[in-house]
Design a protein around this ligand. Structure first.
Ligand SMILES: Cc1cc2nc3c(=O)[nH]c(=O)nc-3n(C[C@H](O)[C@H](O)[C@H](O)COP(=O)(O)OP(=O)(O)OC[C@H]3O[C@@H](n4cnc5c(N)ncnc54)[C@H](O)[C@@H]3O)c2cc1C
Length: 415
């Protein structure tokens, strides 16, 4: 099917990638129908305990810029110049992310960003959102999407025409492609989970340095905190599911209090509602999803987490998904058929998404342990000194976070 002869494009999932992609495709002239299982976030509030904030970096910014969204999104974002590493004795040190003033990353609320993208997409005359519509996958033997209206329970079908599935790490569309043997998937769960907590503001102001990503690294586990514009921080505890120092051991308020008093005394003082938050908020799981076969003919394509979910320790899942959107648009210039476009997209993106999946896993060890190691700090300082002298030398972290012109598959070779 030729790119321009289609009646429209479906998007399954109005999360971060789906809502950005809707804007990009609509601005390119396509009629876009978006199906999202959740209620309309412009009306419903974000679920508490799931309103995590995200690190936005250059690859994500590039995707937003392409959609003309920087003016609306950047006022919601707080620059973070480095990692504030909080040691056990209460001392804290800022380790800068970059060697140049513009080398910063940004903290942004997932809910605010998603809502802003949906608002912008909905303003375009050729985008139609259907909220409360759960995609059950592909119907029967045909390349037809099966959808359930979550209010009425009514099931209906829509031709793929084509469709792009941005329905996240647990993608129902991917499951049905696997059932058709069009895709193969390998899911590697991490044995560490996460839990969100809140550091409240004092008199409307941040109680610790606002322009930093705070880390309390403890070797096998860690607590992090990212600033919000209202003076609060969203903190996230990453901890093993079972064994020593694990979520399994934190079954009651006494155990949680004792654990925080022992491991994170300086952070404990900042979280007055520790046990309330701890037991009210869900314990989230993490993992990497490797998929081969991201497309089905010219009818269906997996994009974002649906194709390649990664662990969050490089702060790149969303950035990578936004880069996916930008790359798909770029590849459209060289293709006139959807099947060729989708094939080229997987061919081009998979080596890069495999690379960031590996770097994200490696960065967990860096964040929770290596940042405390004097040898690591010496190496980091030496690399930074070299980068200051020689602009051609770009350390791996900087390549991933600040240099979207360097593909992940090339960045992984750096140090
Ligand atoms: C704890 C944590 C911290 C993170 N921190 C960062 C970070 O700092 N920086 C970063 O870049 N990335 C981060 N990420 C990763 C980031 O959240 C994801 O990579 C990003 O959300 C992927 O976007 P997506 O649109 O592919 O999927 P999602 O944002 O998950 O969107 C999927 C959408 O599809 C909808 N949906 C799902 N199933 C269906 C269905 N069957 N039918 C219809 N709709 C459906 C969902 O409701 C949702 O709206 C983090 C992830 C976690 C878990």
């Amino acid at each position: 099917m030729s790119l321009t002869s289609v009646p429209g494009v479906n998007i399954v999932g109005a999360g971060l990638a789906g809502s950005l992609l809707a804007i990009l495709l609509a601005k390119r002239g396509f009629k876009v129908s978006v199906y999202e299982r959740r209620r309309d976030p412009r009306i419903a509030n974000a679920d508490r305990g799931r309103s995590i904030n995200m690190a936005l970096a250059a690859r994500g910014i590039r995707g937003l810029e392409l959609a003309g969204m920087l003016g609306r999104v950047m006022p919601l974002a707080i620059p973070m110049r480095g990692r504030m590493v909080h040691e056990h004795d209460g001392s804290a040190e800022l380790q800068m992310y970059g060697v140049r003033p513009e080398e910063v990353i940004y903290s942004i609320s997932r809910a605010d960003l998603n809502r802003t993208l949906i608002e912008a997409a909905a303003e375009l005359p050729n985008v139609k959102f259907s909220f409360g519509h759960l995609c059950l996958g592909l119907a029967h033997e045909k390349n037809v999407l099966e959808l359930r209206d979550e209010v009425t329970g009514h099931i209906h079908h829509t031709a793929a025409q084509p469709s792009i599935a941005t329905d996240g790490a647990g993608s129902a569309v991917r499951d049905s492609m696997v059932a058709r043997e069009a895709s193969m998937v390998r899911e590697e769960p991490l044995d560490h989970d996460y839990k969100e907590l809140t550091i409240p503001a004092r008199d409307g102001r941040h109680v610790i340095e606002p322009n930093a990503l705070h880390i309390w690294p403890r070797g096998g586990f860690m607590l992090i905190a990212l600033p919000n514009p209202d003076g609060t921080f969203t903190a996230t505890l990453f901890l093993a599911r079972s064994g020593d120092n694990s979520f399994e051991q934190l079954r009651d308020a006494g155990a949680v209090e004792a654990f925080f008093a022992r491991e994170f005394p300086s952070a404990r003082a900042l979280i007055p509602d520790l046990t309330r938050d701890f037991f009210a908020n869900p314990q989230g799981s993490l993992g990497t999803v490797y998929t081969r076969g991201w497309h089905l003919d010219g009818d269906l394509l997996l994009l974002g987490d649906a194709a390649h979910a990664i662990v969050p320790f490089h702060g790149q899942g969303m950035n990578c998904a936004f880069e996916d959107c930008a790359e798909l648009l770029r590849l459209m210039d060289g293709h006139d058929r959807w099947d060729g476009l989708f094939e080229a997209f997987e061919h081009e993106r998979r080596p890069n998404t495999d690379a960031i999946a590996q770097m994200a896993l490696e960065n967990y060890v860096e964040m929770r342990a290596a940042v405390l190691d004097p040898e690591y700090q010496k190496k980091k300082q030496a690399a930074e000194a070299l980068a200051r002298q020689d602009p051609h030398f770009i350390p791996r972290y900087a390549a991933v976070m600040f240099h979207p012109e360097i593909p992940y598959s090339a960045a992984i070779g750096g140090r």
